[in-house]
Design a protein around this ligand. Structure first.
Ligand SMILES: C[S@@+](CC[C@H](N)C(=O)[O-])C[C@H]1O[C@@H](n2cnc3c(N)ncnc32)[C@H](O)[C@@H]1O
Length: 222
């Protein structure tokens, strides 16, 4: 069986893709060394990470694995708590790539890591609704787009990249609010969503807000 967290052995896919998109993947040793520098954050279950040219998710895969390890260490004796925190860990992982096949590969890879950990921890108590929520979160958090223009594909009519912020409320409920990435990256607003200080210095305005929903039902909300 292949290890879903293993980095591709190849660091390149083709010369053309290097020329067109600078596509060279970071080796696992370097990924781990870099994440180690921010391990306190990487191991915090709800600490948000954005990889703006994520490729197939080399950094996100390592961060997700570290978060899931913490979830397992803390909550393995309580299936419900494990499930809730494993979902929360996934909600905090964000990526953008300009090549759609990389986006697909990245989502699939992160899902495989998540599902392997979830299925091992919960065994027969694992639920397909939780798996559907995990896939839905990845479809919103790992996006096909241009991290320079901050827009989705589509030439002059391209719409802005919009990310969902997921916040746990009262245990099992999730609050989803959508924000334009360009808005979040304005210097005065950087603290809003990808803050490592957790201080809402500015009130961020979402482009859309959703009602509170149980984490097992988020895929039905759209
Ligand atoms: C150097 S690779 C790095 C991939 C991954 N972060 C890693 O370290 O293994 C660069 C990636 O950036 C993507 N890319 C290039 N230009 C981009 C842009 N303007 N917006 C988003 N992604 C871009 C490429 O498709 C490629 O997957």
């Amino acid at each position: 069986m292949t290890d879903p967290n293993a980095l591709p052995n190849r660091h390149i896919k083709s010369r053309q893709r290097i020329a067109d998109h600078g596509e060279v993947f970071t080796a696992q040793r370097e990924v781990r060394a870099m994440i180690e520098l921010v391990n306190d954050e990487a191991a915090r279950i709800d600490s948000r990470f954005l990889e703006p040219a994520c490729g197939t998710g080399n950094f996100l895969a390592e961060i997700l694995s570290r978060k899931l390890r913490v979830v397992y260490e803390r909550y393995r004796s309580s299936p419900l708590e494990y499930e809730r925190y494993a979902i929360l860990a996934l909600t905090s992982i964000y990526g953008i790539d300009i090549l759609p096949d990389n986006v697909d590969e990245c989502r699939q890879r992160l899902y495989s890591i998540w599902d392997a950990a979830y299925s091992t921890a919960l065994g027969t108590k694992a639920k397909d609704e939780a798996r559907a929520s995990a896939r839905f979160i990845l479809s919103k958090n790992i996006l096909w787009g241009d991290a320079l223009s901050l827009r989705m594909p589509g030439g002059n009519d391209a719409s802005p990249i919009v990310f969902s912020e997921w916040s746990a409320v009262n245990g099992s409920l999730l609050k989803r609010r959508d924000f334009e990435l360009a808005y979040l990256l304005e210097p005065v607003r950087q603290l809003a969503m990808f803050s490592d200080e957790n201080q809402p210095a500015h009130i961020a305005e979402p482009v859309r807000e959703y009602p509170l929903v149980h984490y097992l039902n988020i895929a039905q909300q759209e």
